[in-house]
Design a binder for this molecule. Sequence first.
Ligand SMILES: C[S@@+](CC[C@H](N)C(=O)[O-])C[C@H]1O[C@@H](n2cnc3c(N)ncnc32)[C@H](O)[C@@H]1O
Length: 219
Amino acid sequence: MSDRWSDVDDYLVDRLLPDDEVLAAALAASDAAGLRSINVTPPQGRFLNLLARILGARRILEVGTLGGYSTIWLARALPPDGRLVTLEIDPATAEVARSNLARAGLAEVAEVRVGRALDLLPDLAGDPSYDLVFIDADKPSNPDYLQWALRLTRPGSVIVVDNVVRDGAVADVASDDPMVLGTRRMMDLIAAEPRLDATALQTVGAKGYDGFLLALVTS
Ligand SMILES: C[S@@+](CC[C@H](N)C(=O)[O-])C[C@H]1O[C@@H](n2cnc3c(N)ncnc32)[C@H](O)[C@@H]1O
């Protein structure tokens, strides 16, 4: 089936997404720098961009930058005085992202901070609240990232978490995969959190079978 999913992604990109030299260049530069191809797909990137625009987001936080592919999609949704902060643990990877963001004309809007996200997040506590948080880094830390996202947002903000289905493994109660365990613990936190209304959608596409979580901060 996965060939079919890729074919459909190609078709959707062909019909719905305009050719984009800047995004293509970002992926090519990430490839050339040896980064893993674990960025969101183009339809997913467009989804994040549309979501941020629908929300009228002015401040976006991303946890997990890689080469800045999703960062570009998100930062493009911001008004000229908007702000995006993205966190990346690996300095060389962050440099690739900075260069991709500069080529995209987004260096002024999007800031790449380098370090372990759990060390960097406390620095953001004094900032004005974020309208949208996209969590896409090390999955075992998802419960902590979720709690930080709640601290850094306000009622009306939206939190998106990528890769929450993991080929269906998220439903496996016997899994000892740290990425599945992190995701399941995050789900437990959300289930017990009265300030969040959440759902998750299963997805298939060029990157296989997975899914994302969408949560609205309600109070
Ligand atoms: C799935 S990739 C992000 C993909 C990117 N959001 C996109 O779609 O273009 C995850 C990134 O998180 C970074 N990362 C992993 N652990 C981290 C941590 N503890 N703190 C910050 N970044 C981390 C990895 O180096 C990697 O670049």
